[in-house]
Design a protein around this ligand. Structure first.
Ligand code: GAR
Length: 198
């Protein structure tokens, strides 16, 4: 049976990407085929190198005004695109070609605290300032608008009185690490090979 192939897009440290690459390292039916980033200095590229997974760094021009990224995904026979801390919008030409095959993780309980500019500590600071009793993670399909695609999975944690932004960020990251690889695997199991379906 042909392997199902994952492309990870990430802009930053890539701790989620790390856990995903570890999860699929010895998987018999699925693999991470490439890690793409918009930043040449992203630590995620180093992490991918450590797993001997190919990487590709692209510019805004390349992503939004050429078809090279789409072509690269096609050439690699990618089945699912996983965003793991990727902070740019995915362009329409890619979204159209990968219906229900692009997913994102967001460090909040969407629809709360989504949208452009809502990422990282800004979210956790807002959760604390609003005295929310709980926060969590959302894994969702990606569409043309930031953080608005159909929700696939959510998981919650409590916000304690003593929680600082750092503590909350840590808790939410732990939740992401615990669930994202498994949710990706479950989704891929249910997804036909892209080359057969498209
Ligand atoms: C994660 O918390 C992810 O949810 C968030 O970026 C972080 C990346 O961490 N993504 C967003 O906020 C997208 N709107 P990592 O680089 O350590 O995986």
């Amino acid at each position: 049976m042909p392997l199902k192939r994952i492309a990870i897009f990430a802009s930053g440290s890539g701790s989620n990407a790390q856990l995903i690459m570890e999860h699929f390292k010895r998987h018999k039916e699925m693999e991470v085929a490439i890690v793409l980033s918009n930043r040449a200095d992203s630590y995620v590229l180093q992490r991918a190198d450590n797993f001997e997974i190919p990487t590709h760094v692209f510019s805004k021009e390349e992503l939004y005004h050429s078809s090279t990224i789409l072509q690269l995904l096609k050439n690699l026979d990618i089945d699912i695109i996983v965003l793991a801390g990727f902070l740019w919008l995915i362009p329409e030409n890619i979204i159209r070609q990968y219906p229900k095959r692009i997913i994102n993780i967001h460090p909040a309980l969407l629809p709360k605290y989504g949208g452009k500019g809502m990422y990282g500590d800004i979210i956790h600071e807002t959760v604390i300032a609003n005295h929310d009793l709980e926060t969590g993670i959302t894994i969702h399909y990606v569409n043309e608008t930031f953080d608005e695609g159909e929700i696939i999975y959510q998981n919650k944690c409590l916000v304690e009185n003593t929680d600082t932004t750092e503590k909350l960020a840590y808790k939410v990251h732990q939740l992401e690490h615990l669930h994202y690889p498994r949710v990706i695997e479950d989704l891929l199991k249910k997804t036909e090979k892209a080359s057969l379906a498209l």
